[in-house]
Write a protein that binds this ligand. Structure first.
Ligand code: ARG
Length: 579
């Protein structure tokens, strides 16, 4: 369709860059599937929008005839897909296990996500990163790319001096215990409190940092205890969430420590390293502090310690030179926007990467409670993710119990897990990621609206249709076109609407992945499920006497279920067969 339009618009001397952004989904479904509003072209072409729309129609009509009809209504060009085209597209999707999603020339991406900090509670921001990052990894892999998961855990730096000393004060066993069950925040706070109030402790802590950085083996052993116990807790959260991250994916800040002096050396070599008050710094240019002075990026502090930015620079060297990545994605909250902009700029200036590398800070907003404040526990503390996820499962079990009391025992438990965890993940993914996201139990667990339970329920309902039917689902997947040949006229409105939605799937998946925006896919799946609901209400399926019609409707059920399953699956959300 696009080339036809392009040709027509060129003849009117309207460039692609002008009309392409205008074309979009028709807002009035009865008018068509896609619409091109011509109002903003009026002054350029010195004609009324209606005249322009009519003229465009005449220009494209003939070429589009095999696939669509065009009409002009009040200054809009409306384009409707023809049922023949629709049935062809449907049959292509039905017979394709990938539902029309094409593989791309494989690229290698490092996806930096989750990244909690050792001996600190994993907070809701890390939950967002984990959920969004994991869905991006799955989508990239489905498109045929290689996605290398990198969990850039905060496991190095000056706080480890005080954390190790606190570990020694508590006794290793006791400390390991607290950390392993996820009492990370109180551990960190206790250490911090001693550090500010007790000079002797503070001195010990500073000496410990020196030992740690010098590679003292006993200190490194104690450090490992902190890391391992915290990871044990993080892994428990990962396993509850069902994300792909494993111990193999840990690339903590500590793993770049040998590269840090090299970063300094190389920045010096290219001549961008400067001295400022005893520290080694770089001025990326373009950023100023509150006083209006150029903002430095501190590479090595006056005391010889390195910074967060330094390890991110080392990390880029590693990803480009050792891993040979074509691109890297940082799934990290919006507050770190400036940090990444500066790091990327310095990395380019220093030649650590070039403009060809696709580098994106996949940023996201905060998690708020229903009052619009940052989400906290009832006691005003950081929420323990483990408790939060348990609560999700418990609440889901209650909801399922009410909806379907027949579901009992182990199966109910399993479904509660799928629904509860699915609800938490979906609530996050279905919000445009750059916006703040409101954590609302009622909404995310509702069986109505753009929620996981709504989609999962639609899926389970289709499974139940197929259980009743008892036939071979594969048999529905070939020859869909033949089911429509002589029966086009009885394609009901609900079938048409559902079909139109279903065929959009591959385009939407591509759009979601190229913009790293899972919410677009969520929106699509919700529109599929709601069109399915009205189709199911208005069209008889198993009771339909016309066998051809019944088969055709079953085929639509099949495709709907597969889209829901695949669409949710590539975002890391499971579907239950019953619920
Ligand atoms: N640990 C950091 C935090 O909790 C996030 C690290 C993100 N990744 C990175 N390469 N900087 O804020």
């Amino acid at each position: 369709m696009a080339p036809t339009f392009s040709k027509a618009m060129k003849s009117l001397e309207v460039d692609d860059s002008v009309w392409l952004p205008l074309i979009g989904k028709a807002t009035v479904q009865d008018h068509g599937d896609v619409a091109l509003p011509c109002h903003s072209l009026a002054s350029r072409l010195r004609k009324s929008p209606q005249d322009i729309a009519e003229q465009i129609c005449l220009l494209v009509e003939e070429d589009l005839a095999p696939i669509a009809t065009v009409s002009s209504i009040s200054g809009f060009v409306n384009i409707s897909a023809k049922p023949e085209w629709l049935s062809k597209s449907l049959s292509l999707l039905l017979s394709d296990p990938r539902l029309g999603i094409e593989s791309e020339k494989p690229l290698t991406f490092a996806v930096d996500y989750s990244a909690p900090n050792v001996a600190k509670e994993m907070h809701v921001g890390h939950l967002r990163s984990t959920v969004i990052g994991d869905s991006i990894v799955r989508m990239l892999e489905f498109k045929g790319h290689r996605a290398i998961r990198e969990n850039h855990v905060g496991d190095w730096g000056t706080p480890f001096g005080m954390l190790i000393e606190h570990l020694l004060d508590l006794g290793e066993d006791q400390a390991a215990n607290e950390l392993g069950v996820g009492d990370l925040d109180s551990f960190y706070k206790q250490a911090r409190a001693k550090f500010v109030s007790d000079d002797e402790f503070a001195d010990r802590s500073r000496r410990r940092v020196v030992l740690l950085q010098g590679g003292d083996s006993e200190t490194l052993r104690l450090w490992r205890v902190l890391v391992d116990e915290s990871m044990r807790y993080f892994n428990e959260v990962y396993s509850m969430l069902g994300v792909l991250l494993t111990d193999e994916d840990i690339r903590g800040e500590s793993s770049y420590r040998d590269l840090l002096p090299k970063v300094v050396e190389r920045l010096n070599e290219v001549g961008i390293l400067e001295q400022s008050e005893g520290a080694d710094v770089v001025f990326p240019g373009g950023w100023v502090n509150r006083e209006g002075d150029p903002l430095p990026m501190i590479i090595r502090k006056a005391d010889g310690g390195y910074n967060y930015s330094t390890s991110d620079l080392a990390c880029i060297i590693d990803r480009v030179e050792r891993m040979g990545c074509d691109g890297f994605l940082y799934v990290v909250g919006t507050p770190q926007k400036q940090h990444f902009e500066m790091v990327f700029q310095v990395a380019i200036q220093a030649g650590f990467m070039d403009e060809d590398h696709q580098v994106t800070h996949v940023n996201f907003g905060s998690v708020l409670d229903t009052d619009g404040k940052v989400l906290k526990s009832r006691e005003g503390e950081v929420i323990k993710l483990h408790d939060l996820l348990e609560e999700a499962i418990r609440r889901a079990e209650d909801a399922i119990n009410q909806k379907n009391p027949d579901l009992v025992g182990e199966e109910r438990k399993k479904v509660a897990r799928t629904v509860g965890i699915g609800a938490v993940k979906y609530a996050d993914l279905s919000t445009e990621r750059t916006k703040d996201y409101v954590f609302d139990w009622e909404r995310m667990l509702s069986f109505e609206g753009n929620t996981a339970p709504y989609l999962q329920y639609a899926y389970a309902r289709i499974c139940s249709i197929f259980r009743k039917w008892g036939g071979e689902r594969d048999s529905l997947r070939d020859n869909f076109e033949s089911l429509l040949k002589d029966e086009l006229s009885i394609l009901s409105n609900e079938e048409l609407t559902l079909s139109r939605r279903l065929v959009e799937f591959p385009t939407i998946v591509d759009e979601s992945i190229t913009t790293f925006s899972p919410h677009k896919l969520c929106k699509h799946l919700h529109s599929v499920a709601s069109s399915f609901a009205s189709f199911y209400e208005n069209c008889s399926i198993l009771k339909e006497e016309n066998a051809m019609l019944s088969t055709r409707r079953l085929a639509l059920c099949d495709l709907t279920a597969r889209e829901l399953q695949l669409g949710l699956g590539i975002m890391g959300i499971d579907v239950p067969e019953r619920m």
